[in-house]
Design a protein around this ligand. Sequence first.
Ligand SMILES: NC(=O)C1=CN([C@@H]2O[C@H](COP(=O)(O)OP(=O)(O)OC[C@H]3O[C@@H](n4cnc5c(N)ncnc54)[C@H](O)[C@@H]3O)[C@@H](O)[C@H]2O)[C@@H](O)CC1
Ligand SMILES: Nc1ncnc2c1ncn2[C@@H]1O[C@H](COP(=O)(O)OP(=O)(O)O)[C@@H](O)[C@H]1O
Length: 490
Amino acid sequence: MRNADAYTIKHQSISSINLMEKAAKAFVKVFKKEVSNKESKISILCGQGNNGGDGLAIARLLDDENYKNVVVYLITFSTGQSEDNKKNIKRLLKLKVPVTIIKEAKIVKNLQSDVLIDAILGSGLNKPLQGDYATVATFVNGLKTKVISVDVPTGFNSEGGIAEKYNGIKADLTICFQRPKINFFCPESVKALDKFKVVDIGLDENFIESQKSEWKLTTESEIQQLLKPRKNFSHKGTYGHALLVAGNNTTMGAALLSASACLHTGAGLTTVCLPQSGLTALNTALPEVMALPRNQYLAMEAFDRFSAIAVGPGLGVEEENEELLEKLVNLRKPLVLDADALTILSQRGDLLYELPAQSILTPHMKEFDRLFGEHKNWWKRVETAKREAIARDLIFVLKNQYTFVCLPNGNVHINPTGNPAMASGGMGDVLTGIITALVAQSYSSADAAILGTYLHGKAGDELAKERFTVSASQVVLQIPKTMKKLLATD
Ligand SMILES: NC(=O)C1=CN([C@@H]2O[C@H](COP(=O)(O)OP(=O)(O)OC[C@H]3O[C@@H](n4cnc5c(N)ncnc54)[C@H](O)[C@@H]3O)[C@@H](O)[C@H]2O)[C@@H](O)CC1
Ligand SMILES: Nc1ncnc2c1ncn2[C@@H]1O[C@H](COP(=O)(O)OP(=O)(O)O)[C@@H](O)[C@H]1O
C-alpha cells in the first residue's frame, strides 16, 4: 500500500497532503453515517505520523460538517512529526477546534466523549506497543466510548499474525483505506476490532492490481466470470457424475446433506456410497440421487465412471473406512477430502503424503491442526497450508468465517462471503457437496474450491438477510438461486 501511495503521488500528480485529504474525506463520509448526531462529543487522538495527520484532517472536516463538539488530543510521546502531520496541524489551528497536547498517558483515562476517533498509530507500526502508548491503549479500552479507528486500530499489525497478548486499542469500527489488512481476516482480529469498512481513497487501482501478491480477496465479478451457464442441448451426461463416499449409521445426515448440495449445484448425476442402513433414508429424501452400497466389495473399477469423488462427511473412522480411503487414494485421481477422511489421514501420514495431485482438502481449524500439528495463530496455520499446497500440489480450503483457499501456485484466495448465522452442524458437508459438483462439471480443482466456497457463503448471506440462523438444508436450497442471480447480473 505504501508503494501504491508513492506511485499514485508520482503518476497522478497528486501530493501526499492531498492524498491524506482524500483519505480523511473518505473516512468522514462513512463516519457521518455512523455518527449522525452533530452534538456528539467527539475526541480525536492523533499521533505524530501520517495516521495522526489523517486524524487532524478529519477534525477539520468534521468541523466543516458542523459537528459541534470535536476535541483533538495530540499524543507527543515520540520525537519527530511527519511533514503532512505538521501541515495539518497548521490548518487545524486556524479553526476553533480545541487542541490539547498530551505528554502523559493518564489524561486519556478520564476522557469524556460519546465517540473516540483513534488516529494514534496506523500501518506504520513497527513494533508492539510499549510504555505510554500501551498505557493509552489500555485506558482507551477502559472507556465506555464508541471507538472508531482510522485505517487500523493503534497497535494492530496489518500482516504477519496477531500477538497472543494483543495490547492495542480495541475498536468498534475500523475505517480502512483502499484495501482491508490481511490480519483482519484472521479470527484473532476480534481482539482488535468488531468490524471494518474499506473506503476508496483514490490510489491507483491498476498499479495495486499489477503488484505481485499471493493474497487475493475473491470478488463477485471474478466469480461471475468463473461461473459457466448451462448449455443449450446439454443433458445429464454433460455435467458429470459425482460420487460422495459418506455417511454412517448415526451420521447419515451428513451424506444426505452433501449429496443434496451436489445435486443442487448442478452435477449431472450424483451417487452416494453409503452403508446399507442409509438406503431408505436416501431413497426417501433424495430420489434423484443413486446409491452405491458400502457393504458390498467395491473393486477399483467400481469408481471408474465418476468424474469427481468426495470422501469423508459422516464417514466414520472404522478400519473398513480407512481401507476404503486407501483404495480411493490409489485411484490416483483428484479427491475432495473432508471430515472423517481428514481424521483418518491425520493418523495415516503415509496416505496423506500420497494424495493424488490437485486433491482438495476442506479442513476446519481442528482438522487442520490434527493433520499438521498445533498452530499458535491463524497466520501460522495459513503459512503451513500454503507450504503444503505448494509442496504437494494440493488445494487447502481452510474453513472459517473468512475461508482461506490455498493453491499450489502459492496464492491464497480469501473468501469474503459467509456469516455467523451459518455456524451450525452440517454446513461443511454442504460445502463438500458443492465443491464436488463443480469438479464433476469440469471446473479445475482450484476454481471449484474458490467458486464453491464463495457460493456457499453467498447463499448463507442471502438467507441471513432475514433470518437469525441459517441451516445447512436451507443453504442447499438457496444455492441454485444464488447461482442464477450471479449469472443474471453478469
Ligand atoms: N496509502 C495509504 O495507505 C495512505 C495512508 N495514510 C495514513 O498513513 C498511515 C501510515 O502513516 P505512517 O507511515 O506515518 O505511520 P504511522 O502514523 O502509523 O506511525 C508513525 C510513527 O510511529 C512510529 N512507531 C511505529 N510503531 C510504533 C510503536 N509501537 N510505538 C511507538 N511509535 C511507533 C514510527 O516510527 C513512525 O515514526 C496509515 O495508517 C494511514 O492512516 C493516509 O494519510 C493517506 C494514504
Ligand atoms: N461464523 C461463520 N461465518 C461464515 N461461515 C461460517 C461461520 N461458521 C461456520 N461457517 C462455515 O460453515 C462451514 C462449517 O464447516 P464444518 O465445521 O466442517 O461443519 P460440519 O462439520 O458441521 O459440516 C464452513 O464452510 C465455514 O466456513
